[in-house]
Design a protein around this ligand. Structure first.
Ligand SMILES: Nc1ncnc2c1ncn2[C@@H]1O[C@H](COP(=O)(O)OP(=O)(O)OP(=O)(O)O)[C@@H](O)[C@H]1O
Ligand SMILES: [Mg+2]
Length: 325
């Protein structure tokens, strides 16, 4: 049984000014992170933002050029062995051996992790059961679906009951059922006191799992907050499809007036969209105003923003060219 410390926060992951270059590419540009013990931290960011590089530095797979980081109280540079003993990692690409069965993979990992005696096989069977892999446990892993492989990967990272678990895009490309299983497993671990740092490109995933979200952009933490805080800052996204091109500007004028945000026009799709920060703005009101202005509307929606829109809104940049500027 672990007790949450209420007086002072203990950080399972702390980084200060992490820098990492690969030739001309500046993958991390002063990344600061603070993940409180027993919480789930979601690192969100587009392709190339530096998520995997950050995970690799924190899990001692690569060394930073400058800056410092501690994981479970150990310095990644001075005590990499102690860091490794305290963590579990599931990388972005599968690490299981396709020729071995699921059970053999887990038993092999257990031996590599020096789990002695019957404890390894017992733990392997427990994890196979927990991730609904028992039926497939004795088939070669190469015959597994993508979701099954991810689950096996996650199981492998849990053999040692790590203090801190790193998951790099754990559900990318998975179907809703597999995604849910992983989400439940992560939530369950966190509830038992494991600190989890996960990267994702899905706002919904971070929303479901994370206590705190760090939006990283160009190797730096651009925005940090709880899911509710981020959403409150972002608002919804209103989008209307008009019947013909001549209706685009009148539609934009209505959205501008309703949201106070600069509308984005997509002439090819005949859509006009705008960030709607005001939570009291409703879809019926948008449609009524458009109708009153005589705008021929084909479709209209008011939905949570996509990660791209969050980025555009919170960093003021979206395209890779603009990001490089
Ligand atoms: N070993 C390497 N050699 C050269 N460049 C690298 C290397 N690893 C990463 N990079 C570059 O560093 C930048 C950050 O990459 P990283 O893999 O950390 O991004 P990411 O946020 O994980 O992206 P994705 O969402 O696509 O996984 C990218 O421009 C990438 O091309
Ligand atoms: Mg990555």
């Amino acid at each position: 049984m672990r007790y949450r410390e209420h007086m002072t926060t203990t950080y399972a992951v702390l980084s200060d000014g992490l820098e990492k270059r690969f030739g001309d590419v500046h993958a991390l540009r002063g990344l600061d992170l603070a993940v409180a013990e027993g919480t789930v931290c979601g690192i969100l960011g587009p392709n190339g933002a530096g998520k995997t590089t950050a995970v690799r530095v924190l899990t001692t797979l690569t060394t930073p050029d400058s800056g410092t980081a501690t994981v479970a109280g150990h310095d990644v540079r001075d005590a990499p062995g102690a860091v490794r003993r305290a963590i579990g990692v599931t990388g972005q690409s599968a690490s299981v051996d396709g020729e071995l069965s699921g059970r053999e993979n887990l038993r092999l990992f257990a031996r590599l992790l020096r789990i002695r005696g019957a404890a390894g096989p017992t733990r392997a069977d427990e994890l196979l059961e927990r991730f609904e892999l028992t039926d497939a446990a004795d088939r070669p892993a190469r015959t597994y679906s993508g979701g099954m492989r991810r689950r096996l990967d996650l199981a492998a990272s849990l053999l040692t009951r790590p203090e801190v678990l790193f998951l790099d895009e754990p559900t990318t490309g998975l179907d809703p059922h597999s995604r849910n299983q992983i989400w439940n497993a992560v939530r369950d671990l966190a509830d038992r006191g494991t600190t989890v740092l996960l990267t994702t490109q899905y706002l919904e995933e971070a929303d479901r799992l994370a206590d705190d979200i760090v939006l990283i952009d160009q190797g730096r933490a651009a925005v940090t907050g709880t899911p509710a805080e981020l959403k409150a800052r972002i608002g919804s996204y209103a989008e209307v499809v008009v019947a013909d091109g001549s209706a685009m500007l009148p539609a934009a004028a209505v959205l501008d007036q309703l949201t106070g945000a600069e509308p984005v026009l997509d002439h090819e799709r005949r859509t006009v969209g705008a960030v709607a920060a005001d939570p009291s703005l409703t879809l019926p009101r948008i449609v009524r105003e458009l109708d009153a202005a005589g705008v021929p509307v084909v479709d209209a929606s008011l939905r949570p923003p996509t990660l791209d829109e969050v980025f555009l809104r919170l960093t003021g940049r979206n395209t890779p060219e603009e990001r490089a500027a």
